[in-house]
Design a protein around this ligand. Structure first.
Ligand code: X90
Length: 276
């Protein structure tokens, strides 16, 4: 039995140790330039271009064919996609799964709609990998990951929501307040998989303490934490220190956002995926 894990590029993952893995890239459109969010993408260069470009920018999800190809020739494919509440990505994945199993009736595919993105997807992928190493069957993988994902959450602290607003994924009024100097929005991925801006705070220090408070309010008790950021190493490390102080021994990892998450979280943005 050949197993494979797939996730779109919003999970910020390029490979996985010991298990066949494929990242399915979204694309970022800046004028007539198209950036494919794969391992070869020069994210700082894209961000520089975005800062300078005054025209329209947008993103696009992978096609059905992109997902289909990512499945390779695996017998059991499991994966996850960015929230269907904000992207057509899950729909492409769903259709690809249908085609793949129609063409290969002996093979099986399950793609979970994460209703989230970034580091929460990372937690889901890591959990799939653990289950596969434990020898789970397809049905066990599907059932267990659905229960697991009920106990994972995503919070964020963002300095700007301009790209969200430009693409009609958040109201311009909310984006305007967050755009003010020093104002950050601390919020979460809602149960429907949309952006829920919960608090507005002034300054990064306040944003980080709010994040920690919010995590605890949502039931965090020291489980796994995955942090990703858009070129805000300081905030990510300070936040990890705060977490370790409150929850000694807590399993924390920090990574940089790749293209898609950088585009929407914008420079300075911090995403936190965690278990409750
Ligand atoms: O289909 C497409 O073009 C992609 C659209 C993606 C829109 C959402 C991207 C979110 C990236 C930003 C902060 C976290 C928000 C969480 C909401 C679920 C990360």
């Amino acid at each position: 039995m050949k197993y494979k894990i797939v996730a779109d590029s919003s999970a910020n993952m390029e490979h996985l140790d010991g298990i066949d893995f494929a990242s399915v890239p979204l694309t970022i459109q800046v004028g007539n330039k198209s950036y494919v969010d794969n391992a070869a993408l020069d994210v700082p260069d894209m961000m520089r271009n975005l800062r300078e470009y005054k025209g329209k920018t947008s993103t696009a999800c992978p096609s059905v064919g992109d997902w289909y190809n990512a499945f390779g020739d695996a017998d059991i494919v499991v994966g996850t996609s960015i929230t269907s509440g904000l992207s057509g990505c899950f729909n492409s994945a769903r259709l690809a799964a249908k085609e793949y199993t129609r063409d290969n009736p002996d093979k099986k595919v399950f793609i979970l709609d994460s209703l989230s993105t970034g580091p929460e997807m990372q937690l889901i992928v890591e959990k799939y990998a653990e289950y596969i190493k434990e020898g789970f069957s397809f049905d066990q993988l599907r059932g267990s990951i659905m229960s697991y994902a009920k106990k994972t959450r995503l919070l964020f602290s963002l300095e700007r929501l301009e790209n969200f607003a430009k693409n009609g994924r958040v109201s311009p009024a909310v984006a305007k307040v967050v755009g003010l100097l020093g104002i950050r929005v601390v919020g979460r991925a809602s149960d429907e998989g949309t952006l829920e801006p919960t608090y507005k705070v002034r300054g990064e220090k306040k944003a980080l303490s709010k994040l920690l408070e919010y995590m605890q309010e949502l039931g965090f008790q020291g489980g796994k934490v995955r942090i990703s950021h858009s070129y805000n190493e300081n905030a990510a490390h300070n936040f990890a220190d705060m977490l370790r102080q409150a929850f000694p021994g807590c399993d924390i990892q920090i990574r940089l956002n790749r293209g898609l998450c950088c585009y929407y979280a914008e420079e300075g943005g911090v995403l936190v995926g965690f278990e409750v």
